[in-house]
Structure formats: C-alpha cells, structure tokens
Design a protein around this ligand. Structure first.
Ligand SMILES: C[S@@+](CC[C@H](N)C(=O)[O-])C[C@H]1O[C@@H](n2cnc3c(N)ncnc32)[C@H](O)[C@@H]1O
Length: 269
C-alpha cells in the first residue's frame, strides 16, 4: 500500500489538484438527499464531510492508510460518518449504497477489476459509481519531466533504477469504459480531460508531495534502500525542474490528464 499515512498531516492543506477535481466529480454524481454513499479511498475525510452535507443517508469512508483514517475519524467521525481502515480490494458490502465516490484513488489499485467487482456488489441496483483519477502514462508532463531528471542525475540514477511504478494508468477513455463494462457496469460517461492550472514552482512541488511522492519516495516500490541523502537529492532535483518550468513571471502551467467516469449498476433484482 502507498504510505499516505506519512503525509496525512499536510495532505488536507496541499491536495489542491485533487480537491478541485473532486468538485467536478460531485457534480457528475448529482447526489440526492437520501443517497447512502461510500467514499472509496477517503484519505483525510474532507470530501466525506462535504458529501455528508449533501445527503441525509449513511456516509462511509474506507482507506488503507492508518494515519489518514485516524485523522478522518478525529475530524469528521462525530458528523455521522463511519471510517474504516481497509483497502478497496477487501470491502465486503452487499447492496448497501446508492453511490460510490472515488476521487484520486483509482491509480493506486493493483487489481482494479477485483475492486470493481466488489464495488458492483456493494451498490444497490441502479446505484452509481464515479471516479476521477490521473490517466495516461503521461498523466502529468510536468512530473514526468522532473522525474526524468532524477533518472539521469548521477546522484540519483542508480537508486532510481530500482523504482517500480505502483500506478495503474490506461491511455484512453475507451479502455476505462471497457474495464468497467467487463465487471458488469453500464458506463454513462468516460472522458479524459486535459486540465491545466497555474502555480508557483513551490506550489507545484507541494502538489507533487501530496500525491506522486507517495509512490516515488516509498521504500515499498524501490529495490534499493532509500537513504535520507537520496530523498534530499531527489526532492532538490524535482524542485529545480519545477523552477525550470516557470515562465518569466515565475508561473508554471501544471498539466494533468484526468479520467472522469460515471457508471451504473444496471437492471432490477
Ligand atoms: C490522493 S489521495 C485521495 C484521497 C481523497 N479521496 C481525496 O480526494 O482527497 C489517495 C488515497 O488513496 C488511498 N488508497 C491507496 N490505495 C488504496 C486502496 N487499495 N484502496 C483504497 N484506498 C487506497 C490512499 O491511502 C490515499 O488516502
């Protein structure tokens, strides 16, 4: 599992990109007042909290990172939301939710088809599931370019050679559609959009740290031991690369490709 526990303290503040995309996802789902909602990979629970404001139904958040779940429970546990320390691969709900909300999590699934099968079981008939996640191998050209520099720098290249990507990306909206349809969903919308926002290089680095760093700088996905020195060099190279991406006014255009997909569990009992 990615170690999001280590970044849970900073996550709620720095997850700018995940947050803005989540609003589009909520719109796509058009929540009803009676919907019971499962927030799959709820992180610090701030979106579960937002969902709870929109429904009188039950809201449940699950996440495998202990630190995230602890923080979510402390902050939103008294607001009628239940949080469980659990990966999506292990949920065992049966026809309990009208809605599954999954924001910026899908890329972390090792066995997406297995997760989708469990989600299908968890939904009531005509229930809907929506995901928003980075998509395409080139999901963020700014990050890919910065990491390319880590790959070729003499101080980091040997250790980086032992990194194996933990992420799941498909390159087309059609492939995402097919994946959902093979697990029994009917897909209402599947679209990859290019989203660009503007930031200082320092903020781009914070955004990098709030997500991608949990992969690149996670011992679990690296064959060589990650020393403090390596981590420092890695971060410095990435920071310099973001500085280099800034225009004359010191602004970086940060580009993400994102899949937005809405699917329903079709049919009657
Ligand atoms: C970028 S954060 C998104 C959190 C929240 N959904 C949001 O939009 O702010 C990714 C989250 O996915 C969780 N995650 C990673 N692997 C997971 C899995 N197999 N099942 C469920 N959640 C997972 C991480 O622990 C982390 O909290």
């Amino acid at each position: 599992m990615p170690d999001f526990s280590q970044i849970s303290k900073k996550y709620e503040r720095d997850s700018i990109v995940q947050k803005s995309a989540s609003h589009d996802l909520l719109e796509l789902l058009a929540l009803q007042k009676t919907d019971n909602v499962l927030d799959l990979g709820c992180g610090t629970g701030h979106l579960s909290g937002l969902i709870k404001l929109k429904t009188d139904g039950k809201v449940v958040g699950i996440d495998p990172a202990e630190g995230m779940v602890r923080q979510a429970t402390e902050k939103y546990g008294n607001e009628g939301i239940s949080f469980f320390h659990l990966p999506a691969e292990k949920i065992a709900f049966k026809e309990q939710f009208e809605v599954i909300f999954c924001n910026s999590v899908f890329q972390w699934f090792k066995e997406p088809a297995r997760v989708l099968k469990r989600c299908h079981d968890a939904l009531m008939y005509n229930g809907r599931m929506a995901i928003q996640a980075p998509a395409k191998e080139n999901y963020c050209p700014n990050f890919i370019e910065a990491v390319q520099a880590v790959k070729s720098d003499a101080l980091t290249r040997d250790t980086f050679a032992g990194f194996t990507s933990p992420w799941f990306f498909l390159n087309t909206a059609e492939e995402y559609r097919e994946l959902f349809e093979t697990t029994g969903f009917k897909v209402k919308k599947s679209e990859i959009v290019r989203v660009s926002t503007y930031h200082t290089p320092e903020d781009v680095f914070k955004i990098f740290e709030s997500g991608a760093a949990a992969g690149y700088l996670n011992q679990q996905f690296n064959a060589d031991r990650l020393t403090t020195e390596y981590i420092q060099h890695f971060k410095k190279i990435v920071q310099d690369a973001f500085q280099g991406q800034a225009d004359r006014s010191g602004t970086v255009e940060l580009v993400f490709y994102r899949i937005y997909l809405l699917a329903v569990k079709d049919g009657d009992r």
